[in-house]
Design a binder for this molecule. Structure first.
Ligand SMILES: [Zn+2]
Length: 200
């Protein structure tokens, strides 16, 4: 399965009324076509990278690539190539990618906002995803709350991936003694990457 590669699309064609075909001698039967090559990924055009063209005689079917064109055609070829622009759709992949990146960023910002709100007002039974030593992940379970502290039990399991936190967040894994954390330090623990998520 080919998921990327290059394709070509025609940009413009111009009839060269004054040109006489060097093969059949007919005048006004030659067309000049400019095309662009574009890169595609998953069949979505991503970006154009090269323009080229050819001349074609409608009378004798003689087709000449750029290198073989007589000077009289080549001059027009260079002009036409310069003024023909790649269509917007040939950049579609870049536009889609940019939009997706922006969406991911907005969603991450929004979830951070929500987490910070929860940390400012902790509730019993909240759980916090945390990063532990050696790049493992685990969680804390809020079991009690006092005036200025929360009491948490650390999960006895750990996981290699952030996404595994919700899998190990099970009541039977919280089997050690609770300890306290100052409420005032929760947001800082989040900013410094110790607490990485809030489950509520
Ligand atoms: Zn011809």
């Amino acid at each position: 399965m080919l998921i990327y590669g290059q394709k070509s699309t025609q940009l413009t064609t111009k009839a060269l009324d004054d040109i006489t075909c060097e093969s059949c001698g007919a005048t006004g039967t030659t067309d000049l076509t400019i095309y662009t090559l574009y890169f595609h990924l998953f069949w979505i055009p991503t970006f154009p990278f090269s323009k080229s063209g050819y001349s074609h005689c409608r009378n004798c079917q003689l087709t000449l690539e750029k290198g073989d064109m007589p000077l009289s055609i080549e001059t027009t070829y260079e002009e036409l190539k310069k003024e023909s622009k790649s269509p917007l759709w040939s950049f579609a992949g870049i536009l889609v990618f940019t939009a997706l990146a922006a969406l991911v960023f907005v969603m991450a910002e929004r979830s951070k906002e929500t987490d910070m709100k929860y940390l400012a007002n902790p509730k019993k039974c909240d759980a916090y995803g945390i990063k532990t030593e050696n790049n493992f992940y685990s969680s804390l379970w809020v079991t009690d709350i006092s005036q200025d502290s929360i009491y948490v039990i650390q999960n006895s399991s750990r996981t290699e991936n952030k996404s595994g936190i919700s899998m190990i967040h099970r009541k039977e894994n919280y089997n050690s003694e609770p300890y306290s954390i100052a409420k005032a330090s929760l947001q800082e623990l989040y900013e410094t990457g110790v607490i990485i998520s809030v489950i509520r």
